[in-house]
Structures are given as structure tokens and as C-alpha cells.
Design a protein around this ligand. Structure first.
Ligand code: DI6
Ligand code: FE
Length: 398
């Protein structure tokens, strides 16, 4: 088909630019973009294709949420109340709440229950034009539940028109039965379960939480060595609450992304730049935890590190399922530009997941598009709590 009478933000420009084409046309063929350009230049060979007049609307690549924990049991509204009374995220975690309380609920949940609990949030993402969702494990912390979470994530990709990419995050917290024995947990649970999950085709990437309340760089490195052996790409929650040099460690292992990064220093930025590691900016967690330390956006820009933006959707530090709101927060809280925010939810989010055939409007890319009732792409990050999506086009189908 040919889409005509639209404004196309191709996201292909040098630096972070929308690369807008006014009066654009796009040709979609066999689930891919075959051609994009000014409508007046549309090649005659597409003359017989079915034409859809887009009524002057804005078209962008479909959005990509490259960091979520959307599969989990229960919720943490009670912890929200505790934190409002002054308890910090770390205090709640050390008191056995936080991630561990979600682990208790997730261990009790069947695969079907996990899928059913996640779908309303997945549907909210889809309703905002999302076509790819990364989903992490990490609330099982024992083999059966980690595998069940990954299967639930894969099942979501069959129940909804969305591409799911999974990340194995057993190194998310130390479970109560291994309290004070993090090394034993890494050796006896994280690594063996990674091998099993990989053998079952459940893992697209390996992630971890490198933090004082979680795993040290040395412990993460042992998991990364196994990830390399299995030829799996890595990602890391790094420098969220303190600076342990996690981003530089991840970069040394060629990480696709390092995520959060509030406490990242210039050495870490340089290491990421040299390795081509994407910085995943997660303003929902910054906002929820009332963090005051901002990620070093200017340094990331100066060193040419690509920045993605994601929801971090999870029941504790970021109970937010709106990627448009994450884009707004990235601008308002971190002074990213609306163009950087949109690039962060399209081209750079794709790169943070190792996807080369998504995130831009160019020939050969998957025909996953979002059509917006907007004049200009800056409106996507500008509004708060309003969804201007007109329609999604997935795999070339309206
Ligand atoms: N950092 C986060 O923000 C999430 N995980 C992580 O390592 C929080 C997960 C949670 O609080 O349940
Ligand atoms: Fe996270």
C-alpha cells in the first residue's frame, strides 16, 4: 500500500533530529517499508498500489519501550505509602520490602496469572503506539520462577501484536534464602539458570542490577563471562543509586545498553562512547524515588553516547506504563529535547535492544508505524497525560 498526505518523522538525521518530510508518502510492501520520500517524488512503479490518504497526520516509527519489568506479581502500593512518609527505597529494600516483596508475589503466581496481570499494562503501551516491548525476569530469583517469567513474556508476544524482547535478570536482588551469600546465589542460581533459559530459547539478553543493595561489579562480571560464552548480548542497571563503575564494566563487555545512570561519571561516559553502549534514561524511577541526582545528559551528548528513553515499568521504582509520559519527563526533568526524547523511544531504543530493522522510517525497515493526530512531533513529548495516537500500522497492516 501507499500512505499519502502525511508528515513523516524519519528519525534518520545527523544528531538528534526528526528529519521531517512534509507532504510525504510511504510505500509498505510485505511487512517492510519499500520507499519513503516526498509525495511528489513517488516512483511511478507504485502507481497500482492501494492508496491510503493519511489526512495530513504525523507518522513516526512505532515506539519501542526498551526497559520494562511489566511481568510481575502483586503491587507495592503499601511501599508507596511508606516512602511518602519518609522511608527511602534503600531502607524499604533492606527491611525486606521492595523487590523482595514482589518476588514473594511472583513466586506464587502461575504463568497464566503473570500474563493476565501484565496484559492491561501492555495494552496501555500498545494504545500509545508501542510495537516492541523489552521484558525482564528478575522477580523469581530461583530457577522455576525466572523461567516462568520469561515464558510469560514470550506468551505476551503471541497474545498481542507486539514484538517482545526478553532480558534475563536473575541478578536483580539477593533472595532471602541466600541472604549474605550473594556469591553462592550467583554460582548456584544465576549462572545455571541462565544456561537452562538460554537452552530453551527464552533469553534475548542478559541484564543485572549492579548496586550496593544488589550485585558488585565482580559478581556481575562472572555472569557476563557466561553471557559471552553463550553469545548473548548484555545490558546493565548501572549507577542508579551510587557509582560502582557498572557502566564501564558493561561497556568492557560490549553492552548494548547501560540503564538509569544518575551517578555515572565522565570515565563511565567515555567507556560507553568507546563501546557504542546506549544510555537508557529512565525518568520514571528518578521521579518516583524523588531522586535529585540527574543523569549526566550533557556529558552523554558531548561524548556522542546515544540516549534511549523507557518507562522502566515496574511495581516499585516506576509504576508507570506510559512511554509518552517518560518522554515528557525526560524533557522536563532532564532537559532533553523533544527530538532527543522521540529518538530515545525509536531509533536509540531499537539499538539498546540490538534491533537494526526498527526505529526509523527507511527502506528495508519493518513497517511498524505510529500515526498521530499531531502537526509536529514535539507535541508527543509536550503534552502530559494525553494520548494523540490515531492508529498503529504493524507489519504493514493498518
Ligand atoms: N532498578 C529499578 O529501578 C528496578 N529494578 C532495578 O534494578 C526496580 C524494581 C523494583 O523496585 O521492583
Ligand atoms: Fe529496571
Amino acid at each position: 500500500m501507499v500512505l499519502t498526505a502525511c508528515r513523516a518523522a524519519t528519525m534518520l538525521g545527523e544528531k538528534e533530529a526528526y528529519s521531517l518530510i512534509d507532504d510525504a508518502a510511504l510505500v509498505l510492501e510485505s511487512g517492510r517499508i519499500a520507499w519513503v520520500g516526498a509525495q511528489s517524488d513517488l516512483p511511478a512503479q507504485y502507481g497500482a498500489y492501494m492508496v491510503h490518504d493519511m489526512g495530513g497526520r504525523l507518522i513516526t516509527p512505532a515506539l519501542i519501550d526498551c526497559h520494562t519489568h511489566v511481568v510481575h506479581g502483586g503491587n507495592r502500593a503499601a511501599e508507596f505509602e511508606m516512602r511518602l512518609q519518609g522511608a527511602t527505597y534503600e531502607e524499604v529494600a533492606r527491611a525486606g520490602g521492595g523487590i523482595i516483596s514482589t518476588v514473594t508475589a511472583t513466586r506464587k503466581a502461575s504463568q497464566e496469572a503473570l500474563v493476565a496481570a501484565a496484559l492491561p499494562f501492555v495494552d496501555a503501551m500498545i494504545a500509545e503506539g508501542v510495537s516492541v516491548i523489552e521484558i525482564k525476569s528478575g522477580y523469581g530469583l530461583e530457577a522455576d520462577t525466572e523461567l516462568r517469567m520469561l515464558r510469560a513474556a514470550r506468551a505476551i508476544g503471541t497474545k498481542r501484536p507486539v514484538l517482545v524482547r526478553t532480558s534475563y535478570l536473575a541478578a536483580h536482588a539477593i533472595p532471602p534464602e541466600y541472604k549474605g551469600r550473594a556469591d553462592a546465589y550467583v554460582d548456584e542460581v544465576c549462572i545455571p539458570t541462565l544456561r537452562v533459559a538460554h537452552a530453551q530459547g527464552l533469553v534475548d539478553a542478559v541484564d543485572g542490577f549492579c548496586e550496593g543493595i544488589a550485585f558488585s561489579p565482580a559478581q556481575m562480571e562472572r555472569i557476563f563471562v557466561v553471557a559471552k560464552e553463550l553469545d548473548l548480548p548484555i545490558k546493565l542497571h548501572a549507577e542508579q543509586l551510587s557509582n560502582l563503575g557498572g557502566a564501564a564494566l558493561a561497556a568492557r563487555y560490549g553492552a548494548m545498553s547501560a540503564d538509569h545512570l544518575e551517578y555515572l561519571d565522565e570515565a563511565g561516559v567515555k567507556a560507553m562512547a568507546a563501546a557504542g553502549t546506549v544510555a537508557v534514561i529512565l525518568p520514571g524511577a528518578f521521579y518516583t524515588l524523588r531522586e535529585t541526582q540527574m543523569p549526566p545528559i550533557d556529558l552523554l551528548r558531548q561524548h556522542g553516547v546515544a540516549m534511549a528513553v523507557a518507562t522502566d515499568m515496574n511495581p516499585g521504582s516506576s509504576p508507570m506504563s506510559s512511554l509518552l509520559l517518560a518522554m515528557n519527563m525526560a524533557c522536563t526533568l532532564f532537559r532533553m529535547t523533544p527530538a532527543e526524547a522521540l529518538a530515545g523511544a525509536t531509533i536509540h531504543a531499537a539499538r539498546a535492544l540490538g534491533l537494526t530493522d526498527r526505529g526509523t522510517l527507511a527502506p528495508g525497515q519493518a513497517a511498524d508505524l505510529a500515526v498521530w493526530a499531531c502537526d509536529h512531533p514535539a507535541e508527543l513529548a509536550y503534552r502530559i497525560g494525553f494520548n494523540p495516537l490515531h492508529q498503529r500500522i504493524i507489519g504493514g497492516a493498518l
